[in-house]
Design a protein around this ligand. Structure first.
Ligand code: PLP
Length: 387
């Protein structure tokens, strides 16, 4: 079968591939510890789930405006603006079924064939996929592991060209858990202003930063007019399967986004949006408490990883991922990940699932209980000692 060139580079997401293999092993009776999937291991908080159920009971099951229901756009403008210290209007907010459309659709709206987009490598695989589908040219920029996976600014400067149309940043980052330094954010902002390019700032983990708030690049002078903030409910409110995300962008782009949404997905489920409204307006104590749970897991996991010979792991500052360096073990990381799944029953991902620069690392999600993390560490230690 012939397929269009624009999808020729698409590959499945590594996490889904490993999950399928882990499930197959489970079907054979193996007991697997899941550290591969990037989703909170908590149920959606009850008051949010009930608001969704109530909305269905109230008949909120029809089409609605493609960019989202006004009460949610207004609440998001207030909430997202207040958290970042900027003033936003509902016209700058677009609601979508997940954060992923907010990664994809602006590329369709902004890129001409051959326009270059700089993105972090290792980074979330959808960046490269979205750039390619939109006809752009992906330009990976490495992260500096020695600096806690901050952007390598020299490499960034070397990759800027007259065709650079957009720069993607992600802080706190997947897969590294790193947070970009203030200097990096200011540097990217300066480049974007000088070169007149867009910044896509993926802030989906902004509420999962362990040492205070993360600065959004959109708050720097002149940046609100050229930044697309990507955010959503999946991680903050344990709502991955509800499919609810949002973006903040200049109103003119938001209008184009509403056209792209109406002709692709139509709109986001109405009852899902009412659940989101309850999440935003309701108590935030669960979301805050969960961050402390993740912090404890992080501390336990990183200490344990650093206790295994041949593994060195930075203390991640945000999100729920560890990205340990395993180069000393002297094996390709995809082989190591396969070995740990088959031999130890620990499902995790090779760093190469996130780009070529992940070749020395594994990615572990600590969205799992302390007990399972302890058990995974013990099994990994035993299995790796046999290599
Ligand atoms: N951005 C990053 C960095 C992510 O890790 C994810 C999900 O794993 C997303 C965006 C997509 O989130 P959503 O499930 O809301 O589409």
């Amino acid at each position: 079968m012939d397929f269009a060139e624009r999808i020729s580079h698409l590959r499945p997401e590594g996490a889904y591939v490993v999950l399928a293999r882990a499930r197959a092993l489970e079907a054979q009776g193996r007991e697997i510890i899941h550290l591969e999937i990037g989703q909170p291991d908590f149920d959606t908080y009850p008051h949010i789930a009930l608001a969704g159920i109530q909305a269905i009971a109230n008949g909120e099951t029809g089409y609605n405006p493609s960019a989202g229901i006004m009460p949610l756009r207004e609440a998001l403008a207030q909430d997202a603006g207040r958290r970042r210290g900027i003033s936003l209007s509902a016209e700058q907010v677009v609601v979508a079924p997940g954060a992923k459309p907010i990664l994809f659709l602006p590329m369709l709206a902004l890129l001409e064939p051959g326009d270059e987009v700089i993105y972090p490598d290792p980074g979330f695989p959808t960046y490269e996929a979205a750039i390619q589908v939109a006809g752009g040219t992906p330009v990976p920029v490495p992260l500096d592991e020695g600096a806690g996976f901050d952007l390598d600014l020299n490499a960034l400067d070397a990759r800027i060209s007259p065709r650079t149309r957009m720069i993607i940043v992600n802080s706190p980052g997947n897969p590294t858990g790193g947070i970009l330094s203030r200097a990096s954010i200011e540097h990217v902002a300066q480049v974007a202003r000088e070169r007149d390019c867009w910044v896509m700032s993926d802030e989906i983990y902004a509420r999962l930063a362990y040492d205070g708030d993360v600065t959004s690049i959109a708050t720097l002078p002149g940046m609100l007019d050229r930044t697309i903030i990507v955010d959503g409910f999946s991680k903050t409110y344990a709502m991955t399967g509800w499919r609810l995300g949002f973006g903040v962008m200049p109103a003119a782009l938001a209008e184009k986004m509403s056209h792209l949404l109406v002709h692709s997905v139509g709109c986001t489920a109405t009852f899902t949006q009412y659940a989101g409204l309850a999440a935003i307006l309701g108590p935030q104590d669960r979301a805050e408490a969960v961050r402390e749970i993740f912090r404890q897991r992080r501390d336990r996991l990183i200490a344990g990883l650093n206790g295994i010979p041949g593994i060195h792991c930075h203390l991640p500052q945000g999100a729920f991922y560890a990205f340990p360096n395993v180069e000393e073990l002297g094996r390709p990381v995809d082989e190591l990940a396969g070995y740990l799944l088959e031999e130890a029953g620990v499902a995790l991902l090779p760093g190469t699932s996130f780009g070529a620069n992940g070749k020395g690392n594994l990615r572990l999600s600590y969205a799992n209980s302390i007990e399972n993390i302890e058990l995974a560490l013990e099994r990994m230690r035993i299995a790796l000692a046999k290599l």
